[in-house]
Design a binder for this molecule. Structure first.
Ligand code: CTP
Ligand code: MG
Length: 236
């Protein structure tokens, strides 16, 4: 197995931009380094990780690359890395990331830089599952809220909570399969919010491992309190 990770940091953080004065969340400073760097450090502590692709907004590439070079001075990550430009939607950024993977890469973890709290143990569990033959594997946790399907502010029906799971990243895939299903996704015009959805729609089995309750995504202004109060999973 030869695994790389794609760290997605090419979003515009619109839901947070008012609270951050326009700073995109992946570039917010947390304990002395931008948010995206914390995911890179955690991957660098993941056994069997062979390299990283950072996906940044086109307009931020130069500055983000310089930041990365400074942070990785003395090869602190101990991994090769590349920087590429993202696309308009998350799925376009993943697609671009997939094109940048080296030929020898056989498996890939796709991760949102907006989830800086995941552990190296979680990525190791995902890699274990891939090495045992899973084509797609995602971390998920039980849902604690009651979830209803609604329309026009009226409840249509209530879902059976015992079958529901909240899904996280990193998500692990066989590289060839993920490239094939992303091509199909583009041909069919599917709109998705994660990569497992593409594999599912293309008919592949997506396996699940226990996610981490602490592996939250920074999305809304109230989530900023998490980066103020929490300690990073790894020293930077
Ligand atoms: N992302 C990306 N390319 C995009 C959109 C999103 O790489 N075109 C990344 C984000 O940087 C983030 C992750 O995908 O790490 C999850 O997306 P989300 O939480 O929706 O972040 P944003 O799209 O930046 O935020 P918003 O939807 O509020 O604009
Ligand atoms: Mg978004």
């Amino acid at each position: 197995m030869h695994c790389w990770s794609i760290i997605l940091a090419a979003g515009s953080g619109t839901r947070l931009s008012e609270a951050t004065n326009g700073v995109k969340k992946q570039f917010l400073e947390w304990k002395g380094a931008p948010l995206f760097w914390h995911s890179a450090i955690t991957f660098s502590h993941t056994t069997r990780m062979r390299g990283l692709i950072f996906v940044f907004p086109e307009e931020d590439i130069e500055e983000a690359t310089n930041t990365l070079k400074n942070l990785d001075f003395g090869r602190r990550l101990g991994l090769p890395w590349k920087v590429i430009a993202g696309g308009a939607r998350r799925q376009d950024s993943v697609y671009n990331g997939l094109q940048a993977l080296p030929k020898e890469c056989t498996h890939v973890l796709v991760h949102d830089a907006a989830r800086p709290f995941f552990s190296a143990a979680l990525s190791n569990t995902l890699l274990d599952s891939l090495s045992e033959g899973a084509q797609a594997v995602i971390p998920a946790i039980p849902v604690t809220d009651t979830i209803k399907v609604t329309q026009n502010n009226t409840v249509c029906h209530t879902l059976d909570r015992s079958t529901l799971r909240a899904c996280q990243t990193p998500q692990g895939f066989d590289k060839k399969m993920l490239i094939d299903v992303h091509n199909k996704c583009n041909e069919e015009g599917w709109e998705v919010t994660d990569d497992a959805s593409i594999a599912e729609q293309a008919g592949f089995t997506v396996e699940m491992v226990e996610g981490e309750a602490t592996n939250c995504k920074i999305t809304n202004p109230e989530d900023l309190a998490m980066i103020e109060s929490k300690e990073p999973p790894m020293p930077i």
